[in-house]
Design a protein around this ligand. Structure first.
Ligand SMILES: [Zn+2]
Length: 85
């Protein structure tokens, strides 16, 4: 996907990133907040944090703030045993 420079500057200077943890995989702190896919039913925007070094992505959130919170681990994980496995 081609992104213009303005969008990249916005992604990497997102204010909520100040409270983001370093990347859990590579430890890098060079993170950006990008727009994810629209939700299928309500067609609202989603956001996610991406590590610039190893290109891993965090969970999607309904706002940049929620995306950073999810990146930091503030979400309810579905456990496998809850699925009857
Ligand atoms: Zn990383």
């Amino acid at each position: 996907m081609v992104r213009d420079a303005e969008e990249l500057v916005r992604a990497y200077s997102e204010p909520h990133l100040k409270s983001a943890r370093p990347c859990p995989f590579c430890g890098d702190e060079n993170l950006g907040v990008f727009q994810g896919p629209e939700t299928r039913i309500s067609h609202t925007k989603t956001w996610y944090v991406m590590c610039a070094r190893c290109v891993c992505r965090g969970p999607i959130g309904a706002s940049p703030e929620r995306a950073v919170a999810a990146w930091n681990g503030d979400f309810e994980p579905v456990r496998r045993r809850d699925l009857g496995r």
